[in-house]
Ligand binder design. Sequence first.
Ligand code: FE2
Length: 341
Amino acid sequence: MATVPSLPIPYPDQLAQPPSLRLPDHNREAWTRDAAALRFPDFQDLSAWNIFRDASVHLALRYLPEHFAEALDEFFVPTGIPALMFENLPVDPELSPIPADGLRPSNKQAVSEAVICGLVGMHGEILSYLNEKFGAPIQEVVPIQGMERIQSNAGRVQFGFHSDNAFLPRRFRQNGILLYGLRNQDAATLVLTAGQIIEAAPADLAASLAKPIYRHACPASFSLLGSAVFSAPCPILWRDELGLARVSAASSSIEPLTPEAGEALNRFRALLMSLEPARVVVRPGTALLFKDDRVLHGRDSFTGSRWLQRAYFTDSLDPLRKATRSDPEAFAFDASALLCA
Ligand SMILES: [Fe+2]
């Protein structure tokens, strides 16, 4: 296998475009062949799920060139790059039609899922919430009839810059998101780094955004009991103890808790509109990985066909298992229980 010593370009926080690596065709062909021999398990059978995950990691270790593995190492360390792209990865040779109901087709091959599990499983754990898409570890992102005008993963309209699940406490939220392209004509995913935003924010705005004077609402894609679910008061944009810029902004709504917060929120939204994000069309065989509190993401409106898969990941599931008293192998958790924990 050919090796390249490092990422093709540096990716400081202030640069928009994630680095991208392209898998050689012969690696893709062999990986596709072996992944097509795997069967996707009933994910509620945790031992079957673990067997699938382990087999997927084994294939990723075999077929990812060394410089891909190094890029993943760089991405997954806490101080690492905020986003990363891989292209020309395996896609199911006999891909089912796009599922209009947003659920995984039962006759779908398991090639893309094996690649997703392999990429994530080398460093982290896949995580899901029982309140969203039945807790599926890998979720279908497709436009759903009747929901096209909703700002969610089921819509077609422009989806503003946001972070996923900002209403959950940080320790129970995913660290990052992987989007995987199966079909995609023209829908661009937008990525704006926290570094870009903080560099562009005037000092008084940055100071107001760093105060814990905002609450994030639960998104439309979650089915939680009760009318209004909000996070504890928290900041929107801040630098952590390592000096890294971080950002968190719910997709549904953000409640300002003071007049200062209300004014800063309006200025923050205007600032976002003035910045130039990376526009990534996650095409078939492309994986886009990003850290959820190091970037905001969004989506342009689109008209063509689109079928992506999405996985949330984190470095350890132990805090979630402990907080929800779940099975020691569980990866899907009740967000309501996490809110109360
Ligand atoms: Fe999102």
